[in-house]
Design a protein around this ligand. Structure first.
Ligand code: BTN
Length: 243
């Protein structure tokens, strides 16, 4: 029988007290043919972030979840950005928090990262499947010294949030931004919440000279568009900092 949250979000939720990575488990389920579904964990021993980094979260502190999205949205990188919009909307709806977004996948509160989104997409004849992972720092009261000046949690920002309520609200918002007819509105909200739009930025990609320009748009495929001294440049990867 489905739980109340499963009924609310209209799909199955596989819960793990501890797992390697919800992302890997959701990919397994997707490869076995699951069409929708969410994998949630209270703790991950091998949580993954972008650029091969680890995603660390002490047990019980965070929302750690992966959503199976089938068919995969046409532009996974744009969907990752829209997932940030969904997180921001969920936080605004639940606790009136005003989150900003940092391309490609960071959600910020008070200038510090409170959540990150991650996509793993495959394409196939059936339209492919995307596994979207989101980690939200909810109850942390402190962070390891290496990230203390860059990370925050909802608790540190003064918000008390129930993780199940956040899961349900976030799923509703993700369903929303996934709809083609909502695309323009999501794009507009991404621009409005972006802490980089209209600002001078520097893009750092290892092994290459930094690229400087003004962030002017996010493209249809999720690339960040910069106006540089040498014309318009599209950025598909790299670390973007304010210049
Ligand atoms: C980032 O680097 O900002 C993306 C972080 C994504 C972390 C989430 S936590 C749930 C899911 N499972 C993982 O292993 N990673 C994602």
């Amino acid at each position: 029988m489905r739980s109340a949250v499963e009924r609310e979000v209209g799909r199955g939720i596989e819960y793990h007290a501890a797992i390697g990575s919800t992302q890997d488990r959701a990919r397994e389920l997707a490869d076995e043919g699951a069409t929708r579904g969410i994998v949630v964990a209270d703790a991950q021993s091998a949580g993954r972030g972008t650029h091969g980094r680890s995603w660390l979260a002490p047990k019980g502190t965070s929302l750690l979840a992966s959503w199976i999205v089938r068919p995969a949205p046409g532009a996974p990188a744009l969907f990752v950005a829209f997932a940030g919009v969904a997180v921001a909307r969920a936080l605004e709806g639940l606790v009136r928090a005003n989150a900003l977004l940092k391309w490609p996948n960071d959600v910020l509160l008070d200038g510090r990262k409170v959540a990150g989104t991650l996509a793993n997409a495959t394409s196939a004849g059936d339209g492919g499947v995307l596994v979207l992972g989101i980690g939200v720092n909810v109850h942390q009261r402190d962070f390891p010294a290496e990230i203390r000046d860059r990370a925050t949690s909802l608790a540190l920002a003064g918000h008390t949030v129930d993780r199940l309520a956040l899961l349900a609200r976030l799923t509703t918002e993700l369903d929303h931004v996934e709809r083609p007819e909502e695309r323009e509105r999501a794009l507009e909200e991404w621009r409005r919440r972006s802490m980089q739009m209209g600002k001078a930025v520097e893009v750092r990609v290892s092994g290459r000279a930094p690229l400087r320009g003004v962030a002017i748009a996010i493209d249809d495929d999720g690339a960040l568009v910069l106006e540089t001294d040498h014309g318009t440049e599209r950025v598909v990867a790299g670390e973007v900092v304010l210049a």
